[in-house]
Design a protein around this ligand. Structure first.
Ligand code: SF4
Length: 364
């Protein structure tokens, strides 16, 4: 299959790994930002093939993992009001809130439904005018255009009972936050190819310049990832910094102009809280004033307090910042498993802890 099988060819991957071994003369710590990249690296065994002096750490690019607890608590409160129905993606259902997950709340009678596409909700809202229909949408820049389109379509349909609870994250400010940390060890980044397919690479150039780091926009197949790692190490070996594109079959420097136009019609850049990390300035998309009437939080008659406590022993926050790995956690694969997740990175299919459980639990 063109554009797929050739990027999963073990011989081609091994050749790039050999090139990495040839040029890796120092210690290198590289972060892949996206949870899908983490899963592909572990699934293909690339991390095990790399020389010991090349260390991969896993970044905060799993939207379920970084959605703050109070957002989940807010969604649950909304879903418990009898006049509301809340729709969300399946992998949000089991993420722990401060007291319970959406799944547990649904078992207790909260009105929560799973959805694959937010567009499906619009007809439901049209056919159920006596209910407030709420879309709990989270994600990075990849899902932002679809969420924006849904909101535009709801406005076009003149739906008065459609609301959104949005937690949308932007990758570049998170990279800056990691690099600003005085204890940071990350020397180079694999930026997420799908995010850059939408947004392009322009936002990454000033970061690479300011912090003198290589950032390589990388795809998700094993050969993509091996090449991305090689390109980062090549830059580090040559004392170079800047932004390069490995995922050229999808990413253009300017991104998808139409998608960006749709985002900018509905959203503006705002501060965003990340679970375990805290608020990062300008790291989110928030509704523009003309769409604030759709903000579901207006339906609540109380404010949900910010809660940042984690289960004792859970080191999710350190994992999301690349300071620890899942198998450094004492609870990993013992008391914390996908069936009994104690932190969000074990819940989400994109979470680093879930990836280690799937591919490396017997190494622990
Ligand atoms: S293994 Fe579980 S408890 Fe440990 S950091 Fe991951 S989510 Fe938290």
């Amino acid at each position: 299959m063109k554009y797929l099988s050739e990027f999963r060819d073990p011989t081609a991957v091994e050749k790039v790994i050999e090139k990495i071994k040839d040029i890796s003369r120092k210690e290198y710590t590289i972060m892949e930002i996206c949870g899908s990249q983490t899963h592909s690296i572990l699934n293909s065994g690339i991390d095990a093939l790399l020389p010991e002096n090349v260390v991969l750490v896993h970044g905060p690019g799993c939207p379920v993992c970084v959605t703050p607890k109070e957002m989940i608590d807010t969604a649950i409160e909304l879903a418990k009001m009898k006049e509301n129905i809340l729709f969300t993606y399946g992998d949000m259902l089991r993420v722990p809130g401060s007291k319970e997950s959406l799944f547990q709340a649904r078992g207790g009678g909260a009105n929560i439904k799973m959805v694959y596409s937010p567009f499906d909700i619009l007809d439901f809202a049209k056919n159920n005018p006596d209910k407030n229909v709420i879309f709990f949408g989270i994600g990075f820049e990849t899902t932002t255009p679809a969420n924006a389109m849904t909101i535009l379509k709801a406005r076009e349909m003149n739906l008065k009972n459609f609301y959104v609870l949005i937690a949308q994250f932007r990758v570049p400010p998170a990279i800056s936050a990691i690099l600003n940390d005085p204890f940071n060890k990350v020397q180079g980044f694999l930026a997420p190819g799908h995010v850059c397919t939408v947004m392009g690479t322009e936002e990454y150039i000033p970061i690479a310049e300011k912090y003198k780091v290589p950032i390589v926009v990388t795809g998700f197949e094993p050969l993509d990832l091996a090449e991305g790692i090689y390109m980062v190490i090549e830059s580090l070996s040559n004392g170079e910094h800047g932004v390069k594109i490995q995922y050229k079959r999808s990413v253009r420097p300017e991104g998808n102009l139409k998608a960006k136009e749709i985002i900018n019609k509905v959203f503006k850049i705002g501060n965003q809280k990340w679970r375990g990390i805290g608020e990062i300035p300008e790291s989110g998309w928030v509704l523009k004033e003309e769409f604030e009437d759709m903000d579901a939080r207006k339906l609540l008659n109380k404010k949900i307090e910010e809660i940042e406590e984690t289960k004792e022993g859970c080191i999710a926050a350190l994992i999301l910042q690349g300071k620890k790995k899942p198998n450094d956690c004492e609870l990993f694969a013992k008391t914390c498993t996908p069936l009994n997740p104690l932190g969000a990175p074990m819940v989400s299919s994109e979470g680093a802890c879930a990836a280690y459980y799937k591919y490396k639990k017997y190494e622990n």
